[in-house]
Design a protein around this ligand. Structure first.
Ligand code: PEP
Length: 254
């Protein structure tokens, strides 16, 4: 179901007390965002804080808990790893997969991401699946070709039912954490392209129903302009998700 959605990716930041303070501030500042018209808000803290942060989210509200990664297996001898089933058991409903930092620093490729997607879906989690091009790819005018391949190889192997659970995040790598945001026209162009590819791989209804987020230096100043684009359904927010006032402004930018 297509929805307005803002997800905060806290990455590897904060201590436990800081995480509790931040979620407390966000929920009290954005309290009125519990109105029916409010966007879905997904808070994605580091693993050790998930349960406690989840406990601070107002029950039966527009606030939901998400994780930043999961392992592809359900359980077993994988020291240091966390399964999708474990995440679901502490209250997670979403999981970010395919973030460019995971692709780059942890060598996560389409095959592995395919397994992670299946594991997440089997555990009842909704994947927030990230795609996005590097600056070199953009400057070589190969953005559409690159994103098209990421979608085909990484995502379009899912069945219609599985795909219906997925949120897509377009995150140009050159915009992540750099302060350099895509213009709203650049974001809209790629989002429209992604929707076209979904229509080709599935059908027109699936394309209309898919939630597509923009991520990459989105902030309290530019969110309104980005979210006003017809194919931009919200944002995946990194740095600005760590500042309660800024994140609240972003939530209220529709
Ligand atoms: C991200 O890492 O998902 C992200 C969008 O980061 P930032 O907002 O800091 O660019």
């Amino acid at each position: 179901m297509r929805q307005k959605l803002v997800a905060g990716n806290w990455k590897m930041n904060l201590t436990y007390p800081e995480a509790l303070a931040l979620v407390g501030e966000i929920t009290s500042l954005a309290g009125e965002a519990g109105a029916a018209s409010a966007p879905t808000v997904v808070i994605c803290p580091p693993f050790p804080f998930l349960h406690a942060v989840g406990q601070q989210l107002p029950p039966a509200s527009n606030f939901h808990l998400g994780a930043q990664n999961c392992h592809q297996k359900e359980s077993g001898a994988f020291t240091g790893e966390v399964s999708a089933k474990m995440l679901a058991s502490v209250g997670c409903e979403y999981v970010i997969l395919g973030h460019s930092e995971r692709r780059q620093y942890f060598r996560e490729d389409d095959e592995l991401l395919g397994q992670k997607l299946k594991a997440a879906l089997a555990a009842g989690l909704k994947p927030i699946f990230c795609v996005g091009e590097s600056l070199d790819t953009r400057e070589a005018d190969e953005t559409f070709k690159y994103i098209g391949k990421q979608l085909t190889d990484g995502l379009f192997h899912l069945s219609n039912e599985e795909f219906a659970q997925v949120v897509i995040a377009y995150e140009p790598i050159w915009a992540i954490g750099t302060g350099r945001t895509a213009t709203s026209a650049q974001a809209q162009e790629v989002h429209a392209f992604i929707r076209e590819q979904i229509a080709r791989a599935y059908d027109a209804q699936a394309a209309l129903d898919t939630t597509i987020l923009y991520g990459g230096s989105a902030n309290a100043q530019n969110a309104k302009e980005l979210f006003s684009q017809p194919d931009v359904d919200g944002g995946l927010i990194g740095g600005a998700a760590l500042k309660a006032a800024d994140f609240t402004t972003i939530i209220q930018s529709f």
